[in-house]
Write a protein that binds this ligand. Structure first.
Ligand code: HEM
Ligand code: HEM
Length: 292
């Protein structure tokens, strides 16, 4: 997938997700706002209630999306020899799309009324989604190949050296600035931090990074580099270098955190699915068949 196709791929996910949310709100805003006891008098009740044609359908569709989103990612991740199609990175993005939009559909299926034992399934779903957002944050801090393999310290140091060579040899850029970057963002600054301190340092680095990029811009001007493509390339390499130095420093912490994270994400997913299966079985026993 080249950069353009990847942008379209991600863009489509955003468009479908946001458009679905807007349509669901526009379709049932008046109904969802009503107090529970008044809903039965609404003309929309027959269709939008959890067992209504629309409400029930949303529960089924959202659940299928989540099952599919988890299944395809796990199969692709755990059986890479048999299922080689597409890079793992893109399948994770697909997982995130289906497992974010699916829960939105289920939320509208519940009509914002979370009663009974199935509410455990609902809150587990919320916990999986929220933990997913944190997991995604940790995931991107661990550098990987596009096939999803984690890079080790030696490989990362090689990439860092390569970026330095590109700046100093290929682009003849100021070695003083390169040394300043190495000093200011040296990996040892980031080692042995807790998750919270790592999070804070990543946030504060955002402003430091902007400041450094501005000083690099001034240096480009000072060195009279007028070729736009060349100056863009220098800026890109400097940015990659700063982020890489930080990720080298944070590598051990993030790998440890990511292992702990799996211990949280997976049990919530299992509890959501187990109670959902019981919920579906009960509704079928009670005679709810949707359109069939
Ligand atoms: C994770 C997925 C799901 C969650 C979290 C969920 C949650 C809920 C909740 C909170 C309610 C309302 C309970 C109440 O009235 O207090 C409900 C009702 C209902 N759900 Fe689900 N649901 C899920 C998936 C499904 C699926 C896949 C189906 C069908 C195959 C389904 C069928 C129904 C039906 C028929 C009702 C109405 C039951 C009644 O009025 O007594 N749900 N669900
Ligand atoms: C109902 C929603 C979701 C369910 C049921 C779900 C379930 C799962 C499962 C079962 C795994 C595999 C865990 C493992 O290999 O140990 C996983 C991995 C993952 N999920 Fe989710 N997930 C959901 C939503 C999300 C969301 C919304 C995000 C991000 C915003 C997310 C991000 C991730 C990440 C980063 C991984 C780790 C990938 C890896 O280790 O290779 N998930 N998810």
């Amino acid at each position: 997938m080249n950069k353009f196709i990847h942008t379209v791929y991600i863009g489509l996910f955003f468009v479908v997700g946001i458009l679905s949310l807007i349509l669901l709100i526009a379709n049932g805003y008046d109904y969802y706002q009503l107090p529970i006891e008044e809903r039965v008098f609404s003309a929309n009740h027959i269709s939008l209630k959890p067992s209504g044609t629309w409400g029930h359908g949303l529960g089924i569709l959202g659940t299928i999306m989540m099952i599919f989103g988890v299944a395809v990612y796990m199969i692709r991740k755990h059986y890479p020899r048999k299922f080689r199609f597409g890079n793992l990175k893109y399948w994770l993005e697909f997982h995130i799309f289906l497992c974010s939009v699916g829960p939105i559909f289920v939320l509208f299926h519940t009509t914002f009324k979370f009663g009974g034992i199935v509410s455990i399934s609902f809150w587990s779903m919320v916990a999986v989604v929220l933990s997913g957002v944190i997991g995604r944050f940790i995931y991107i801090q661990i550098p990987r190949t596009i096939q999803g393999h984690e890079l080790d310290l030696n490989e990362l140091n090689d990439i860092n050296r390569d970026l330095t060579v590109q700046l100093s040899v290929k682009y003849d850029f100021s070695t003083q600035i390169i040394d300043e970057i190495e000093q200011e963002f040296k990996p040892s600054k980031y080692t042995n931090l807790s998750f919270w301190s790592s999070f804070k340092i990543i946030m504060s680095d955002f402003f430091k990074l902007r400041k450094k990029l501005n000083s690099v811009k001034s240096e480009i001007k000072r060195q009279n580099i007028t070729d736009k493509r060349k100056s863009k390339e220098i800026m890109k390499i400097v940015k990659s270098k700063i982020i890489l130095l930080r990720r080298i420093g944070l590598l051990k912490t993030m790998q440890k955190l990511f292992n702990y994270w799996h211990i949280v994400h997976l049990p919530f997913a299992i509890s959501m699915f187990v109670i959902m299966i019981i919920h579906v079985a009960v509704t079928i026993i009670f005679g709810y068949r949707w359109i069939f």
